[in-house]
Design a protein around this ligand. Structure first.
Ligand SMILES: *Cc1c(COP(=O)(O)O)cnc(C)c1O
Length: 387
């Protein structure tokens, strides 16, 4: 639990926020691999930087406090964090994944963990009765994203946690899209939260990092052992960059969300736009559930242009908004899920879950909203069918 009542304050002062020895207001970058010992077995708290590093530790304590968890762990990427968490499972175990999970999460289960006898089922966590019917005896964990990429599907985290716990499943929530500023899955009943901190937590598209937070001492011990054994840790400099990014999370997110809401409303009324997926629109799937479990609709929007619009021309015509993988930075980015973020999901599964070839995903940045909308407007105009 945080010592601070308000998340805005915990973002800046949480974890270990200053240097005890010198009074420096920022935790220094302890760029060291090892630590002098005062005698055999006489360590000063650290022995080797895979096992523990003060800069990384400051970040780990910070994310644990922000998510309201027992302990936090920092990894070299979001996928390293997810891989470490999945390493809690054993051969013969099955993982349920919500149907729109991040492509990399699907891929690591489909192509790596299958080597070790861990299987998966694509489950409909947005439909509670259907979800419960998909839980088999070998199911040991569920991975949820809400809103889930790229259709912004909302899952009732508290309800899925309750059903899953009745069947003895570990509940893992990928909170990358919302961050603890907008949504706190552990308070809703999850056991573990994972993040691609590459996105909003870092916030400046300059670091690749992953975080995991667990809600019990038992899970903390197991994950610490896995982190140290498999070694996918975050380096001291990147840990520093993340702490720096997290300090401004609240102000960035406020502007991101304000811009996203306006961009979604603009797209919604645009005659060229067929569908808009954004949990902040009152007629969106899961709007009421999202309102209950999160502060607002978040930042990510997906939309489809009407038949006949040339999406390639749309992407090529953008002047401000960049075509790139990733999301969550201060700059606006668009991507084409079918060929980029979700390309590792087979075409027939993509089609089944609604990731069409015409789908465009927008990560609304914190530029002036008028400039973002003007860029969308001119690019949509250039993509219009010739009449
Ligand atoms: C990007 C992303 C990941 C993977 O994180 P990396 O830092 O790229 O390894 C996992 N989950 C979600 C929701 C993501 O957006």
């Amino acid at each position: 639990m945080s010592r601070y009542e308000h998340t805005e304050t915990a973002l800046i002062h949480g974890g270990i926020s200053t240097d005890e020895r010198t009074g420096a207001v920022n935790v220094p970058i302890y760029q060291t691999s090892t630590y002098q010992q005062d005698g055999l077995g006489k360590m000063r708290g650290y022995e080797y930087s895979r096992t523990g590093n003060p800069t990384r530790e400051a970040l780990e304590k910070l994310i644990a406090e922000l998510e309201g968890g027992y302990a936090g762990f920092a990894f070299g990427s979001g996928m390293a964090a997810i891989t470490a968490v999945l390493s809690l499972l054993q051969s013969g175990d099955r993982v349920l994944i919500s149907s729109n999970v991040y492509g990399g999460t699907f891929r690591v289960l489909d192509k790596v963990f299958d080597h070790f006898g861990i299987t998966y089922t694509i489950a409909d966590t947005a439909d509670l009765a259907k979800y419960e019917s998909q839980i088999t005896d070998d199911a040991k964990a569920v991975i949820i994203e809400s809103p889930a990429n790229p259709l912004m599907t909302v899952t009732d985290i508290a309800a899925v946690a309750e059903i899953s716990h009745r069947h003895g499943l570990l509940v893992i929530v990928d909170n990358t899209f919302m961050t603890p500023y907008l949504q706190k899955p552990l308070a809703l009943g999850a056991d573990i939260v994972v993040h691609s901190a590459t996105k909003y937590l870092g916030g400046h598209s300059d670091v690749v990092a992953g975080l995991a937070v667990v809600n019990s001492e038992e899970l903390a011990q197991k994950l610490a052992f896995i982190q140290n054994s498999t070694g996918g840790v975050l380096g001291p400099f990147d840990s520093f960059l993340l702490i720096r990014g997290i300090k401004t999370l609240a102000v960035r997110m406020d502007r991101h969300v304000e811009n996203a809401q306006k961009a979604a409303e603009y797209l919604k009324q645009h005659p060229a736009v067929k569908t808009v997926y954004y949990p902040g629109l009152p007629d969106a799937q899961g709007y009421a559930i999202n309102r209950k479990q999160a502060k607002n609709g978040g930042v990510m929007i997906s939309f489809e242009l009407h038949e006949g619009y040339d999406i390639n021309r749309f992407f090529e015509s953008l002047q401000l908004i960049m075509l790139a993988e990733s999301l969550g930075g201060v700059e606006s980015l668009v991507c084409h899920p079918a060929t980029m973020t979700h390309a590792s999901i087979p075409a027939e599964i993509r089609k089944k879950v609604g990731i069409t070839d015409g789908l465009i995903r927008l990560s609304t940045g914190i530029e002036n909203i008028a400039d973002i909308l003007a860029d969308l407007e001119q690019a949509i105009g250039k993509a219009a069918p010739n009449v």
